[in-house]
Design a protein. Structure first.
Length: 122
């Protein structure tokens, strides 16, 4: 699957907090993660008429992602990335979304991350 070529909105370094990890003791304490999002709206930016009503409200997207993250415990960052993508595609007029989730868990390592690309179903 290739990313759409049209206009996109990027949200980078979005702070998330959730209980995540394979061992139960790791999930016992909420962790800080980061997400990068690339959103491909259904409408071309030239058609917006400088109106928020015609585009994706990235402030609301950030809030939605934070709510999804804290909504349940998860073992895998892959699952969290999928949950974020599904929620965004369901809530907004998007052609596609790319989600990267970073977890800061390994010693001597900046982060571990997963990235997925999901397209809206027709």
């Amino acid at each position: 699957m290739n990313a759409p070529e049209n206009d996109s909105i990027a949200v980078t370094g979005l702070g998330l907090v959730c209980r995540i990890g394979v061992p139960e003791e790791e999930r016992a304490v909420p962790q800080r993660l980061e997400a990068d999002l690339v959103l491909w709206p259904c409408r071309d930016f030239r058609d917006l008429g400088d109106s928020l009503a015609g585009t994706v409200d990235y402030g609301a997207v950030a809030l939605q992602c934070r709510e999804v993250a804290v909504s349940q415990d998860r073992q895998l960052i892959e699952t969290l990335a999928g949950d974020l993508a599904a929620a965004l595609l369901a809530a907004w007029p998007l052609r596609a979304v790319r989600v990267t989730v970073r977890k800061f868990i390994l010693p001597d390592c900046g982060s571990v991350s997963v990235t997925l690309l999901r397209e809206a179903s027709v």
